[in-house]
Design a protein around this ligand. Structure first.
Ligand SMILES: Cc1ncc(COP(=O)(O)O)c(C=O)c1O
Length: 402
């Protein structure tokens, strides 16, 4: 006779600390939407949810691949045309000593595999606060420690290099750099990047450079890949089709490992084992990579123009009232305004959704300097929607500030 066990299935303890504020806030928005309220979504970094569409030549490349029956598995590192195109692009960004290039299921999988191949339980990785919460989630899963270093709001959200120096103890295995940054939209200058590289070299740690927003720059800003500044420094650079190439749902990203062969000789085979174990990234979608990186780039110009206007509205309106101030974003499509409010920013954001239908994400979901309060807005919506949403936000702030 089969025995009936009534206790519910016990999940792994390592999942307890995993949060992802960007999606967690959605349940509050769903509840508010059920009341029939007009919802204005400024919370998700997905260009295709707004008036941005995937360039047709990328779609053609995928359709052709499907018709040509590139529908089986690919090599674990990716199809040669994509691997070669990523290597050429890295070369154009000044990256030398490229030791490995691999295609993944979004930049997210590259991040996850590279952290998994590096850290053991109890070791730590320096991550930016504020920063993209995936790093915290993956490190929690690995039972490793996400050790935050601060980005300095007073200095245009540039990394606080002294804070990095202070935190580099013997257990730190890597420094994560998100440049341009999500959620602040900052682009890092050469000097700061050089200082961080010097610290990484001094302490023998790897640098993870998340450059997924490197195409979305404003005001003629130049983006520098940290790996280009020292060909010997061990760096893994992440990028993909999700943001700059307007195809987040295709889930195509990549990693480029560069630096001294002597330093990377054990890490790369470990990473290769993980790449083989998960078979490959989506095969037909990989055929868009060469088309994206080597093909026509007019759409990047028009994307930047549209986003610059939206950034300007954001910057102007979110500095136009008491209790809110905002550093000017230089890239990507995020702003991280500071709130001078009495309560927690999470309560503010939830109240804002329930009362006005404007959906943003609380700053604490990205990590912030203790005692400070922020929220993250996504300025992908059209100018009219942004104006309307910010007007409601400012009115709510005035009403509930203290
Ligand atoms: C900084 C950063 N890195 C990585 C990702 C993940 O990108 P992908 O969609 O390619 O997995 C995101 C997505 O928002 C991001 O903001």
């Amino acid at each position: 006779m089969t025995q009936t066990i009534s206790a519910s299935i016990r999940p792994a303890k390592r999942t307890a600390g995993i949060t992802y504020a960007v999606r967690d806030i959605v349940s509050v928005a769903h509840e508010a939407a059920k009341t029939g309220k007009e919802m204005l979504y400024l919370n998700i970094g997905d260009p295709n949810k707004f008036d941005f569409t995937t360039p047709p030549h990328l779609i053609e490349a995928v359709l052709k691949a499907m018709r040509d029956n590139h529908n089986g598995y690919s090599a674990s590192h990716g199809v040669p045309s994509a691997v070669d195109a990523v290597e050429r692009e890295a070369g154009r960004n000044g990256i030398k000593n490229i030791r490995s290039v691999f295609l993944t299921t979004g930049g997210s999988e590259a991040i996850e595999l590279c952290l998994t191949a590096l850290v053991d339980r109890g070791e730590s990785v320096l991550i930016p606060h504020p920063g993209y919460p995936l790093y915290d989630a993956v490190l929690a899963k690995l039972e490793a420690k996400a050790l935050p270093y601060l980005l300095d709001e007073q200095n245009g959200w540039r990394p606080d290099v002294e804070d990095i120096r202070k935190k580099l103890d013997g257990k730190v295995r890597a420094i994560v750099l998100i440049n341009p940054n999500n959620p602040t939209g900052t682009v890092y200058d050469r000097e700061t990047l050089r200082e961080i590289l010097a610290l990484a070299a001094e302490h023998g740690v790897l640098v993870f450079a998340d450059e997924i927003y490197d195409k979305m720059l404003f005001d003629g800003k130049e983006h520098v890949s940290i790996a280009s500044l020292d060909p010997e420094a061990p760096v893994v650079t992440f990028n993909g089709l999700s943001k700059g190439f307007l195809a987040p749902g295709w889930r195509i990203g990549w990693g480029v490992v560069s630096g001294s062969q002597a330093l990377l000789k054990d890490y790369i085979p470990a990473l290769d084992k993980l790449l083989r174990a998960r078979i490959c990234a989506s095969h037909p979608m990989q055929h868009a990579v060469a088309a994206a990186l080597d093909g026509e780039k007019e759409f990047i110009k028009s994307t930047r123009e549209k986003l610059t206007r939206r950034r300007d509205i954001t910057f102007e309106m979110l500095n136009s009232a008491e209790g809110i101030s905002c550093v000017k974003p230089e890239a990507a499509f995020y702003a991280f305004p500071r709130l001078d409010i009495a309560g927690a920013d999470e309560d503010f954001v939830k109240g804002l959704i329930r009362e006005t239908g404007v959906v943003t994400v609380h700053g604490s979901g990205f990590g912030e300097k203790p005692g400070t309060k922020h929220l993250r807005v996504v300025f992908l919506p059209t100018e009219d929607v942004l104006r309307k949403a910010y007007a409601k936000l400012l009115e709510y702030l005035k009403k509930h500030r203290k």
